[in-house]
Design a protein around this ligand. Sequence first.
Ligand SMILES: O=P(O)(O)OC[C@H]1O[C@](O)(COP(=O)(O)O)[C@@H](O)[C@@H]1O
Ligand SMILES: [Mg+2]
Ligand SMILES: [Mg+2]
Length: 352
Amino acid sequence: MATGSPAVGTGLDACLAQAVAADAGLADTAAVIAAIAAAAIDISEVIGRGALGGDLAAAGAHNSDGDVQKALDVIAHQRVTEALRGAPVAEVASEEAEGVMHLNPGAPLAVAIDPLDGSSNIGVNMAVGTIFGIRPAVQDPANPIASFTTPGTAQLAAGFVTYGPATALVLTLGHGTQVYVLDRAERAFRLTHAELDVPVSAKEYAINASNARHWDGPIKAFIEDCLRGADGPRDKDFNMRWLGSLVADAQRVLMRGGVFLYPGDGRKGYAQGRLRLLYEAAPIAMLMEQAGAGATDGGRRILEIAATGIHERVPLVFGSQEEVACVAKYVDGRNHSAGRSPLFGQRGLIRS
Ligand SMILES: O=P(O)(O)OC[C@H]1O[C@](O)(COP(=O)(O)O)[C@@H](O)[C@@H]1O
Ligand SMILES: [Mg+2]
Ligand SMILES: [Mg+2]
């Protein structure tokens, strides 16, 4: 939506109509975005009522990843899949469904979606979200998940919604990253930021430091050097933030820069970290790149990685270009701080 960007305040529907007028090939993608946005408004209302609407954190069954599904995970999954059923979507890969869901056979698009991101924040009135990536549907009788085994570069659009103090939709159709905020009175998203531009350098990092003892040497070294601040090799003091909600951390990075890391670690089941390639890392990576930031698994560009399973995990590093590049230097051993050589030569984010 870069060419002749709509004015701040323009509604999402008008912005999508303008994008389709410029490129008729975007019509189906725009219809899917409109459907997700409508579902997000419903979800936002459920979240906004908090405990008045019942216990949204009530535990239910386990999902495909072994996580306990909370009531809001299930509500969000139902709302988004109902909405996508009325859109030109053939298949959906949802965090909350074991296999690929077949909605409208023969339709042109496929959607990977995390209906409710940041589940540990449900019930404590903290930000949660919805993350999605839209791809062409691929028919291949030999590969039942063919729509989702193309690399992230195949995504036609990606976005996330943060249900925070304001409900915001962060969106890219491959021409920059825009932010829309929900106008609650009108039940419509309105453009607030036409072109995000993430600062190249930053002094803020995000990582779950309670896992420090499980990290590999390069990650320990990177964080240790951030902690040493202006007294260490990085020559600057860092701030730290961790919200426990990928969408909220990603939105902060998009708005003011910084670097986010969820590396692989030594805990059982965490060799590839915690975050899922198709419906967490790949959409966030597209949004980051379209805003001038980077996203890697510590070395490889996330958007060039092809999934082999719909719930596959991937180590994730994203944010300001200099910091993402700096992490890569630690991972491949180029950054040797004096006196710390024993830490190097150990495995990086990518464990075999
Ligand atoms: O609890 P941890 O290990 O710090 O993980 C937090 C991460 O897990 C997530 O909650 C995973 O997403 P889900 O809530 O959709 O499973 C991210 O939003 C967040 O960044
Ligand atoms: Mg998630
Ligand atoms: Mg989730």
